[in-house]
Ligand binder design. Structure first.
Ligand code: WTA
Length: 701
């Protein structure tokens, strides 16, 4: 097997150190956390007791006895012996004080359509009724799994909270994913019930969504998982907006069923702290998505605590997290975190620039949003569509968040100066589906910001950077390595659903001392590369595994490749990231054909179509390159870093160890000539991005 010299222990950092910028005194004065001593209280010598501060934000039916059981690493139980209900914590306990306050303000994409304001009282009513339906009509009970495949409509959080109320584990699949991707997740979670919607609005179009439920169910059925019932929420009241027909005895309209549950109260089920609250599937290095399992007590405490101290949410704030609830950001920071601390949470159905570049800022102005939370892709898009738009609107942000991808310092500055008008503090929050909540960020009332860096570890989180041999790279070393978290924390995933072995392999095997019963011997491996400057701030340089981050969405190369291989003529496929000015990265596919097949336009379209159908439009490759052969190692593995370099016009590096070095030049000539003709030569690829491309897939070889 060849040894790749671009491994991450040798990644040098090239960027210049950015300056520190202090949030305004005005912000610090009103911040939920302005205690300069707080970091000391949360220092490792006080582990794990400092997390009591987070569990104290939650109402427990029964107080916990033991803060952490770490006797069987890396499986941990937090707040052992405690009992609680997440729906009670997000709704019931706020009713007395905040019953008439909006819990959600839902903004439809069409500007002529009115908002839906759902107060805590109303949320209570709707969640109780729907929970009654789930229990009675669907016969669901605590511990059962239910798959949700819902768009950004208010019924999505209502459904999640109704599941949580009766202890049912929800598994929400991003609405933009295809029916078959949803089907895979139904199979893995063994869900008997699918909850969906008929349609939703996106970019001025009404999209048919129920058709995906038909695909999902037939995909699951053909793999031996029988979906008994499909519940359909309607996007427009009293009107079914889908071309798909209703299957008698299987498909049901929720609004019709709900008539029988009018006014019913469903007592919240008292759950153990370590009972799972939900599953969220995410991509990894194999084709099969991983069901990330989150607990009730640990997760909810962590979501509440980070929402309070890092999002700085006060009950009187209007908070808008511009993410999709189909991703972890929406779970933790549209639903569970904000609601557990009685926020008003804004949900928007559509795209940021519909119908024009001012839309986002009009919503912010009209609703008096003062906390704004989004991803670099959206920021880049808004900046491109209307760099001067924010100045035209009179909103006042006190805090803004960026999440999901590394943000370029110049994009950060536009966010700070133009969107935040130099008044809003920014938190660049680094985390993952697996971590439940933020793990790297500045504490906005206490710590200064630095463009392009997330900051130090979040309260109680102790990140370290390890090289390939497990040696710690000290702050200021100038090299990047694997960023790991050395200690457990309550928001961390419990395991991969039904696959504890894979959990250990993926997140711990690299550095753990196997057999050890000490948590200190089990650092959590994020899979990201990072560097730490001498002031302790981390800068995330991107994934070290075979994951492509497209506009903040994680796509596994193997998932893309397996989808391409469903096209009959395709013999081999390799997916690589190409740098994109807006989305960060987009996938490009390289394929070679089986003997006897001729290259033609149809094959290229079939591959694009197969990927869209198997995963969803976000995964659609920008190019499919058909080549006679792909560069391989002596052991026959495709060297993705070589073709990634070609796609991005960076140096292909040493190819002498390849089994077939002669193909490289041919592929390079072909692909780069085509790209030149299309005017697609990437501009200004920074050194750090170049390093990322050069090491892409290097873990594989
Ligand atoms: C990346 C999203 C740089 C990282 C919450 C991580 C980031 C992956 C940041 C997780 C950030 C997330 N700066 N990169 N602030 N936040 N990432 O599971 O590569 O969808 O591993 O969770 O996004 O993506 P996921």
């Amino acid at each position: 097997m060849s040894k790749n010299e671009n491994n991450e222990s040798q990644i040098a950092s090239h960027w210049k150190e950015e300056e520190l910028i202090h949030p305004s005194n005005l912000f610090a004065k009103q911040a939920n956390m302005s205690d300069k001593n707080i970091k000391n209280k949360f220092s490792l010598e006080n582990f794990p007791n400092y997390f009591k501060e987070y569990s104290d934000l939650i109402s427990w039916d029964k107080e916990w006895d033991n803060i952490l059981d770490s006797s069987n690493p890396p499986f941990y139980n937090w707040f052992v012996g405690g009992k609680l209900n997440a729906s009670y914590n997000c709704i019931d306990r706020h009713l007395l004080k905040y019953g008439d306050k909006p819990a959600f303000i839902w903004v439809p994409e069409e500007e002529s359509e009115p908002d839906q304001v759902i107060t805590y009282n109303e949320l209570y009513k709707r969640v109780n009724e729907f929970a009654a339906l789930l229990k009675d009509f669907c016969k669901l009970k605590s511990g059962d799994r239910v798959t949700l495949h819902m768009p950004m409509i208010p019924e999505l959080p209502i459904t999640m909270l109704a599941c949580a109320r009766i202890g049912v584990i929800h598994s929400q699949v991003f609405g933009g994913f295809s029916g078959s991707a949803c089907g895979d997740r139904i199979i893995d979670s063994e869900s008997k019930i699918l909850i969906t919607a008929d349609s939703y609005c996106r970019n001025g179009k009404l999209l048919d969504h129920k058709v995906k439920a038909d695909e999902a169910v037939s995909h699951a059925n053909s793999n031996g998982t029988d979906v008994e019932k499909v519940l359909i929420w309607k996007r427009y009241q009293d009107k079914y907006s889908s071309s798909s027909s209703i299957v008698q005895g299987r498909d049901f309209f929720v609004d019709e069923l709900l008539k029988s549950y009018e006014g019913q109260i469903t007592e919240p089920e008292s759950m153990n702290s370590d009972d799972p609250l939900f599953l969220m599937y995410t991509s990894g290095t194999t084709a099969k998505p991983k069901g990330i399992q989150h607990s009730t007590g640990g997760y909810l405490s962590y979501a509440a605590g980070t929402s309070k101290y890092y999002q700085d949410i006060h009950p009187e704030d209007v908070y808008w997290c511009f993410a999709d609830i189909g991703w972890i950001t929406g779970h933790s920071y549209i639903v569970y975190g904000p609601l557990s601390i009685a926020a008003t949470s804004v949900m928007y159905e559509g795209v940021p620039t519909y119908p024009d570049a001012g839309r986002t800022w009009r919503i912010a102005e009209r609703l008096n949003v003062n906390i704004f939370h989004t991803a670099p892709t959206t920021i880049r898009m808004l900046r491109k569509a209307g760099p001067d738009e924010p100045a035209k609107y009179k909103y006042n942000f006190k805090l803004m968040t960026t999440v999901g991808e590394p943000i370029e310092p110049e994009v950060w500055r536009w966010y700070y100066e133009v969107v935040g008008k130099k008044e809003a503090a920014i938190v660049d929050t680094y985390w993952q589906t697996e971590t439940g909540g933020f793990i790297g960020t500045t504490l906005p009332g206490v710590e200064p910001m630095k463009p392009g860096s997330c900051g130090p570890g979040a309260l109680g989180i102790s990140p370290i950077i390890l090289d390939e041999n497990g040696k710690e790279l000290p702050p200021g070393s100038g090299s990047a390595g694997n960023i790991c978290i050395s200690n457990p924390w309550p928001g961390r995933m419990q395991t991969i659903w039904k696959d504890p072995e894979r959990f250990i392999d993926t997140y711990f095997a690299k550095y753990a001392i196997k057999g050890s019963k000490k948590w200190q011997d089990w650092p959590y491996v994020t899979g990201d590369g990072a560097t730490q400057s001498s002031d302790g701030y981390f800068r995330i340089v991107g994934r070290l595994d075979d994951v492509i981050n497209v506009a903040g969405h994680r796509l596994g190369t193997k998932e893309l490749e397996s989808a391409a291989l469903t096209v009959q003529s395709v013999g081999e496929a390799a997916a690589v990231p190409a740098v994109d000015a807006l989305k960060g990265r987009v996938p490009e596919l390289y394929i070679s054909l089986k003997p006897g097949y001729e290259n033609n336009e149809k094959i290229i379209n079939d591959v694009k179509q197969a990927i869209t159908a198997n995963i969803g439009p976000i995964a659609r490759p920008s190019h499919v390159w058909v080549t006679s052969d792909l560069p391989k190692t002596g052991s026959g593995k495709i060297m993705r870093r070589v073709i990634a370099a070609i796609s991005n016009f960076v140096d292909v590096g040493d190819t002498t160890t390849l089994a077939n070095p002669e193909v490289v030049q041919d592929i390079q000539n072909f692909v780069q000539n085509e790209k030149k003709k299309l005017g697609e030569i990437p501009q200004d690829i920074s050194k750090e991005v170049e390093e990322e491309i050069k090491r892409f897939g290097s873990q594989d070889n």
